[in-house]
Design a protein around this ligand. Sequence first.
Ligand code: GRF
Length: 223
Amino acid sequence: MAEPARRRRTAVLISGRGSNLKALLEHCAPPAASAEIALVISNQPAAGGLAHARTAGIPAAVIDHRQHEARESFEAEIEAALKNHSIETVCLAGFMRILSAGFVARWQDRLLNIHPSLLPALRGLDTHRRALEAGVRFHGCTVHFLRAEVDAGPIILQGVLAVRPDDTPDSLAARVLTLEHRCYPQALELVAAGRVRLEGERAIIDGVTAPDLMLINPLPEPG
Ligand code: GRF
C-alpha cells in the first residue's frame, strides 16, 4: 500500500472568536488535506476560538502576553510550543499581537496571515468602515505571507466582493468574513501542497487558472 502523503504540520494563532480557525479545522479534517492543524495558540485565555480546538481534539495552548514583561520572552514561549509540536507552517487568524521582525524572519515564507481588505489597500484595523468611507466599489480579503511590515507580504490569494449602496461596516464585515472562510483554507491548501513559490516578493502558484471575470460596480444601465 502506498505511503499516505505527509501532511504539513500547521499551527493557528488566534486572539478571539476563531471563525477562521474553525474553517481551517474543517478543511483539514479529511486525511486528503495537505495540511494538518496540529496546534492552536491563543494569547487570550478567554478566546472563544479555543473551544473549536477542543471540539476538534487539537492541542491548544494559552500563551498570555500579559504574563511576559518583554515581547521576546512571549515570542520565545510561542516558538518553544511550535518546536515541541514540530510545526512547519503558522497561520495567523485574528491574532492581535504584532510579531517582531526577528520572529517573522525566522518563519519567513512559512507564516501566513489573513487580512480583511484587498491589500495593499486598507492595511491596519477597521477596514470595513474605512472601505465605506473611501467609497470603494470592491472590497474583500487577502491571504498573504507575512513580512515584518504590518499587513504586507506576498499575496497568495484574494477574495473580492461588490460593495452595495446600503452596506454598513457590519454588513460588509459579515460578507467579507464568509469570503475569508473560503479563502484561508484554499490558500493553506496551496501552500501545504507545495504549489506556491516566490519570485522576489511575488507568489507564483503552480497549475492554477484565474477566473475569466471582469466586473463593473454599479452595474451598467441597460442601453
Ligand atoms: C478576521 O476578519 C481576520 O481577517 C482578521 O481578524 C478577524 C478574525 O476573525 N485578521 P475570527 O477570529 O477568525 O473569527
